[in-house]
Structures are given as structure tokens and as C-alpha cells.
Design a protein around this ligand. Structure first.
Ligand SMILES: C[S@@+](CC[C@H](N)C(=O)[O-])C[C@H]1O[C@@H](n2cnc3c(N)ncnc32)[C@H](O)[C@@H]1O
Length: 301
């Protein structure tokens, strides 16, 4: 670790460390897109984690002074963020989705899907009566954040988390246990729907890989710590979503809904399937590239 002795006298409070860390991160040209949107938020996440303090610490404590070991612990994390270019969530092993905490490491993507907003409002207005939902599938579940958030939003529904990656499923298993949801959430290793034969869902929700090959190479260093299997989806970013569309009809109930995030692959998808009546959803807190189809529309594909 670099020697910071010359600056330590200026880093007396929590506020000092957050400000200094943010300045160093901006100077180093880091990218923020894994749960925080600015250097200040990223530095606050790391400093508060190092001090074992909650991420929503009341502002009055920012003036609290730090002991030398606390200064060192926070500096060490800030330094790792800058030199290793890892998203903060991989350094703290903590990410937030729909206000819920999740364990994460480099076996899974850092949760950041706009789908959280949709789950929070029980898919209104698309789902007329959330009480009728009995079975939900989170396809390409990674850490399990989407399916686990659904389990909270629909406490009477059974939720399946499916992912091709055994490593990701181990992380999802840990999160299911941390949330005490073993009775409500099942984990199934599956290449798309292959291990789900015979199951029918009211809701299939997916945030599959959708990054095109050219986009993948151009992504900032932070994304290259994430599993390639969670991002890469062929030449146009459509490899996985087209397979989902081909098979989903067999796994949706009569009045079911299919909701899939495809990000910027939205444009390639509309070009590839100009006759499909995708409903593109809007989000108050930002995000785009999420479509919805009802079961009747999926059956007609
Ligand atoms: C974009 S990540 C999303 C993870 C999580 N749902 C989230 O929102 O943070 C996509 C996930 O799809 C999984 N995946 C990739 N190909 C798959 C396939 N053929 N079948 C099932 N899952 C797949 C990856 O392992 C990865 O965990």
C-alpha cells in the first residue's frame, strides 16, 4: 500500500476521508456503475464499510474523528478500489437491491437491474392482481437478487432461481439462506429452461446476458471483473434473449407474463423481430431496455 503518512493529519474525520477518497478516484478516472453513480457515493460506501458503520449513517456522525487503525483500514480499501479497479461491491462483498442486502463476489454480477422498481410496485399496472401469482421464475439469477426480491414482494408465491453457472448458484444459495427463504425459493442449475421441464410460471423475469462482443471489449475495467458468462451474448447481444423468446411459451401459464431486460440490445432486438409487439417499460428511477410480453403474445412468436 502506498505511504499516506503525509496526508494522514488532514484525514481526521469520516467526512475528510470520503472527500479525499472521492478526489483520488476522480483523479484516477474510475468508472461508477455498479450500485453507485459518483465518486462521493463510492468513497462513502468503502469508508463506512471499513468503519463497520451503516451505509445510511446519519450526517451528524460524519464529523466524528478516526483512530489511526480506522484511518488505515479505510485508506486500504480506497487504495484497492483505485489500483485493482474492482467495483466497491466486490471489495465489501455487499450489494443492495430493492433495499435488501446481498452477498456478492466475482462469481456473480453486481446487482443493478432497474427491475427492482417494477418488483417493488408488484408489476403494476401490468399485473392486475398480485394475489393470483403462485409461481415465479428468475432466469439467469446470478446472486439471486431479482428472485429473492420477488419472494419478499409475493410472500405467497414459490420462486425458482435458475442459472447455468454452478458458481453463481452457490452465491444465490448463500443469499437464500441469509434471507431465511429456503422454504419459498428453490435453486436450479439450468441451461435456460432445460432443467425446468413441466414447470409453468405466472411470471418469468430475466436479466440475461445481453452485451454484444464489440461493446464488451469497450467496457471500462470494472466490468472485466464480472463473469463474462453474465455479460456476453454474441455478436449482437441477442444470443440468449432469442432463445428465451423461442422457448418461453412452454413455461408460462395461460395468463402469465414474460419480462426481460436487454439494455441497449433493445435496438438490435427490434430490428431482428420487427413484428413482435414488445411493450418497453419505463422507470422513474432510471433504466431502460426492459420489455414485457403476455403469454398470448409469446405463444404467437
Ligand atoms: C446479467 S447476469 C444477471 C444476474 C442477476 N439476475 C442480476 O440481475 O444481477 C446474467 C446471468 O445469466 C446467467 N446465464 C448465462 N447464460 C445462461 C444460460 N444459458 N442459462 C441460464 N443462465 C445463464 C449468467 O451465469 C448470469 O448469472
Amino acid at each position: 500500500m502506498a505511504d499516506h503518512n503525509d496526508v494522514l493529519p488532514y484525514l481526521r474525520t469520516i467526512r475528510d476521508l470520503i472527500r479525499w477518497g472521492a478526489s483520488r478516484m476522480n483523479q484516477a478516472g474510475l468508472h461508477f456503475g455498479h450500485g453507485t453513480e459518483s465518486a462521493i457515493d463510492e468513497a462513502a460506501t468503502l469508508v463506512l464499510h471499513a468503519l463497520h458503520l451503516p451505509p445510511d449513517l446519519h450526517a451528524e456522525y460524519l464529523q466524528a474523528r478516526l483512530t489511526p487503525p480506522e484511518q488505515q483500514a479505510a485508506l486500504q480499501l480506497l487504495e484497492r478500489r483505485i489500483t485493482e479497479r474492482k467495483p466497491a461491491a466486490y471489495l465489501t462483498h455487499r450489494a443492495w437491491f430493492m433495499g435488501l442486502p446481498f452477498y456478492v463476489d466475482e462469481r456473480v454480477l453486481v446487482p443493478r437491474s432497474p427491475l427492482a422498481e417494477l418488483i417493488e410496485r408488484h408489476f403494476a399496472p401490468w399485473l392486475p392482481d398480485s394475489r393470483t401469482v403462485e409461481r415465479i421464475l428468475d432466469l439467469g439469477a446470478g446472486s439471486g437478487c431479482i428472485g429473492i426480491a420477488c419472494a419478499y414482494a409475493f410472500p405467497d408465491a414459490q420462486v425458482d432461481l435458475a442459472d447455468i453457472s454452478a458458481e453463481a448458484m452457490a452465491v444465490a444459495q448463500r443469499n437464500v439462506a441469509d434471507h431465511g427463504l429456503e422454504d419459498q425459493v428453490e435453486i436450479i442449475q439450468s441451461d435456460l429452461f432445460s432443467a425446468l421441464k413441466g414447470r409453468r410460471y405466472d411470471l418469468i423475469i430475466s436479466n440475461p446476458p445481453y452485451v454484444s462482443l464489440s461493446e464488451l471489449d469497450a467496457l471500462p475495467a470494472e466490468y472485466h471483473h464480472e463473469p463474462r458468462l453474465g455479460l456476453a451474448a454474441g455478436e449482437e447481444g441477442l444470443d440468449i434473449v432469442l432463445d428465451i423468446l423461442r422457448e418461453a411459451a412452454d413455461y408460462l401459464k395461460r395468463d402469465g407474463l414474460l419480462i426481460v431486460e436487454v439494455g441497449d440490445a433493445q435496438y438490435a432486438l427490434c430490428e431482428a423481430l420487427p413484428d413482435v409487439p414488445f411493450t418497453w417499460l419505463e422507470f422513474e428511477r432510471g433504466g431502460q431496455g426492459v420489455f414485457l410480453l403476455n403469454a398470448a403474445q409469446v405463444r404467437r412468436l
